[in-house]
Design a protein around this ligand. Structure first.
Ligand code: B12
Ligand code: SF4
Length: 471
């Protein structure tokens, strides 16, 4: 048995539970290792908390999770990398254990994070199998440097071993007792669960296929239901899927809903999902509703056919209208997320997009201006040279995230949106100067207040319903 420690470094409020760390803890336990978990989310000062933890624990292997490298918001560009590096240093000061890092944020740019933070190794993608295998090999005093997905320093450079994305069929049962999920629910308004990993689409800007893999791997519906029952047992009845897109593949989404319904959970749960407008059917909307789905966030990006094609989205404006109609008919609230200012955006495409959004009659529309440029995406290649290079913003230092805003609209896009949208409260922005319409969930005090007053659900749904108590 190895003594292992897992550390959650995500301190954003409202708080989101580190689901991935809980899954890794289950895998370690199943392999016979001892696990202690330090959740820095609840700590005032990470250095003091790390010291206090290692004063009491001795371990051979430490894993730290990096969920968010930054807030992915053009108008704030808030990076978490310096804070993360300083936590890694604090751990280094307290223990001789092997320090390994991972997490979805980490997996969007592993080599860059390794350069900044000074851990011993990183693991791209899923943590359960490889982290547990490191523990096994350390115990048997065997070499572990050949493991897949590992990022280690060779000849002075961080290099990645070949990738392997394993099946999720044999993952252990997820009991959800490793972190204080009740507190996450009380202060975070909902708790996440996962039905699949990966995405096989090729949207030019998206980090999900890079961080989770291009092969979709599904969890058995009964494993998902087991986990939902565990969360319900803790008194948690508002959830959010952690899949890239819940409805890809459609058959699996239908099966998961069918399992939730046949286990009698549909009326006890209220859950929310990210979905793609394609493939989306009225049958799926009906089953999702029956299974307890209260709201769907469709990342539609644009309402302009030309822009959707440029972004390599696999749907057209009519598909957005149809999916929203199916949801309306089924009684599911719809949030549409826009991503404006990518290459080729024009005044006309923005006007067409806002017009389409109005005609959809969605519950809420989120307007994001400026696109995060992740290493390894098609977008990165497109904007890295020629005229488009002028649209790059950020990258001032290693930790500063890079965005792109189409130079053809950058001078007037914010004024244009003000003119087109005005005071229409169906639209949210990433704009702290409009606090009642700001949907950046990082340090969102309005959201913290709403959850404190008892609101529950997806953050866009809480924000749209919230009216502060006066007096
Ligand atoms: C669901 C989701 C949300 C939901 C969360 C709902 C909930 N209750 O959980 C909501 C809408 C609230 C949300 C909010 C935000 N999100 Co979000 N979210 C996601 C999503 C889709 C799933 C994350 C997740 O929980 N996955 C499930 C778990 C099981 O997987 P995992 O964490 O990756 O863990 C696995 C591996 O990474 C690895 N691993 C994890 N930790 C460790 C540690 C070690 C040591 C090792 C070896 C391995 C390892 O093993 C785990 C199991 O295999 C991801 C995109 C994606 N497809 O993953 C974006 C994502 C994480 N979000 C992102 C962002 C930016 C945000 C916000 C900052 C946005 C904002 N400005 O408001 C906020 C932050 C909120 C917060 N408090 O942290 C970005 C982060 C990108 C980056 N470069 O940092 C992502 C990647 C989306 C994207 N492509 O841009 N989010
Ligand atoms: S935007 Fe959605 S469909 Fe496109 S690659 Fe990303 S997760 Fe997949």
């Amino acid at each position: 048995m190895m003594n292992t420690a897992l550390i959650n470094t995500n301190m954003i409020k409202p708080p989101i539970a580190p689901v991935g760390l809980e899954y890794i803890a289950e895998a370690l336990k199943k392999a016979g290792h001892h696990v202690d978990l330090l959740d820095l989310c609840w700590e005032e000062d990470p250095d003091t908390a790390v010291k206090g933890f290692f004063d009491k624990k001795t371990c051979n292997l430490v894993g730290l999770t990096l969920r968010n490298t930054d807030d992915c918001v053009f108008t704030s560009r808030r990076s978490f990398l310096d804070g993360f590096s300083s936590i890694v240093s604090a751990v280094r000061d307290q223990t001789d254990a092997l320090i390994v890092i991972g997490g979805v944020g980490f997996s969007t740019m592993p080599e860059k994070v390794m350069e900044l933070c000074g851990a011993d190794a990183g693991i791209w993608g899923d943590g359960e199998a490889v982290f547990t295998e490191i523990a096994n090999r350390l115990e048997e005093k065997l070499d572990w440097l050949d493991l897949p997905n590992l990022i280690v320093c060779r000849n002075g450079r961080w290099q990645r071993n070949p990738a392997s994305a394993g099946s999720l069929i044999n993952l252990p049962q997820m009991n959800r007792h490793w972190v204080d999920n009740r507190r996450y629910f009380k202060e975070g308004g909902q708790v996440g669960f996962e039905t699949k990993r990966g995405c096989a689409e090729h949207c030019i800007y998206c980090a999900d296929p890079l961080a989770k893999g291009e092969t979709i791997r599904v969890r058995p519906p009964e494993a998902v239901v087991y986990e939902l029952k565990r969360l319900l047992g803790l008194g948690i009845d508002h959830m959010h899927t952690c899949d890239s897109e819940f409805n890809i593949p459609l058959r699996h989404a239908l099966d998961v809903c069918g399992s939730i319904i046949s286990n009698g959970l549909g009326s006890r749960l209220r859950w929310y999902a990210y979905c793609s407008p394609v493939p989306f059917t009225s049958e799926l909307a009906g089953l999702m509703r029956e299974a307890g789905c209260a709201g769907i966030n469709f990342g539609v990006d644009s309402g302009d056919a030309g822009m959707l094609k440029r972004l390599k989205r696999n749907f057209k404006p009519d598909d957005i209208l149809a999916s929203a109609r199916y949801c309306r008919d089924a009684g599911i609230a719809v949030m549409l997320d826009l991503l404006l200012g990518s290459p080729g955006e024009t005044e006309e495409s923005i006007v067409r997009t806002v017009e389409l959004m109005r005609s959809v009659e969605a519950a809420q529309i989120g307007v994001s201006v400026g696109v995060r440029v992740y290493p390894g995406t098609v977008l990165e290649k497109q904007v890295g040279s020629g005229e488009l290079k002028n649209g790059l913003v950020g990258g001032d230092d290693q930790a500063d995230p890079v965005f792109f805003l189409e130079p053809g609209v950058s001078d007037f896009i914010f004024e244009l949106l003000d003119k087109l949208i005005g005071d229409d409260r169906h639209f949210f922005f990433f704009d702290p100067s409009k606090p009642d319409r700001n949907y950046n969930y990082n340090s969102n005090q309005r959201l913290v207040d709403a959850i404190g007053e008892g609101y529950r659900g997806a953050y866009w749904d809480i924000l749209r319903r919230y009216s502060p108590k006066t007096g």
